[in-house]
Design a protein around this ligand. Sequence first.
Ligand SMILES: [Zn+2]
Ligand SMILES: [Zn+2]
Length: 294
Amino acid sequence: MRVKVWGARGSIPAPGPKMNRYGGNTSCVQLRLEGGEELILDAGTGIRTLGLDLAAARRVNILLTHLHLDHIQGLMFFSPCFRSGVEITIWGPASPEASLEDRVARYISAPLSPVEVRELPCSVSFRDTPPSEWQMGSATIRAEAVNHRGPTLGFRITDGEETLCYIPDHEPALGATLADLEPEWISGYNLARDADLLIHDCQYTDQEYPDHIGWGHSAISDTLTFANRVDARRLLLFHHDPLHSDDFLDELHATARRRWAELGGDPALVEMGMEGGELEIVPAAASAGVSASV
Ligand SMILES: [Zn+2]
Ligand SMILES: [Zn+2]
């Protein structure tokens, strides 16, 4: 499975000269499966540039973790939406409040948008993620609710021998001490267990977190403890705070690697989500050959 990051920022786009290396676009990750199919995780502003790269695509599957604006904002500027003959399926969390289509249409409708969903030239369909595993191309996918604000999913995607877990917005330590909690009480545990690559929320430093308890995001120590508890083999820190500059994120990365080593892990396997970064996921048996390319 190949992974490419098109947006790693959280909450709101944060462009600017001090953000150029990690990038200012919000959550969007592209997966290329062994069978050649592609999946897109979230439709933050990063999906706009990904769309330009998909000029020949006829079928597109987008998995939305939730409908906060930083995960759907790029949809209206995703060029495949404006090509007839393109079939787009958007998967997302169910809600008793309204259908997925109606909830997304609150953004893609007047007065926020110049177009309505029904006016898009592509053929678009909306699907609630099923409660049990389902197959998409060569991949088996599982979606489960995780601890965030509002109905929010994490995804576990297994393709051949390789498993990726994507939980960009997650506060598993809310009201809990992750280090000694029983596994069945840890939000996201079953999704992330033994993942070959875990892409996870790491929005705050430990110093910043006390002012943001309950906001739905993780402090670095909690991200690392979660990754350690689930035995993730490789970790990509994601959903960078819009206030965090490149230099700040370099520091955060160094801290994360030091602490991961203290937890007994290989510091080279903790990486930063970076716009344009590409990774190849390899299964555990071959992990000695992992090379970090981000
Ligand atoms: Zn977010
Ligand atoms: Zn969110």
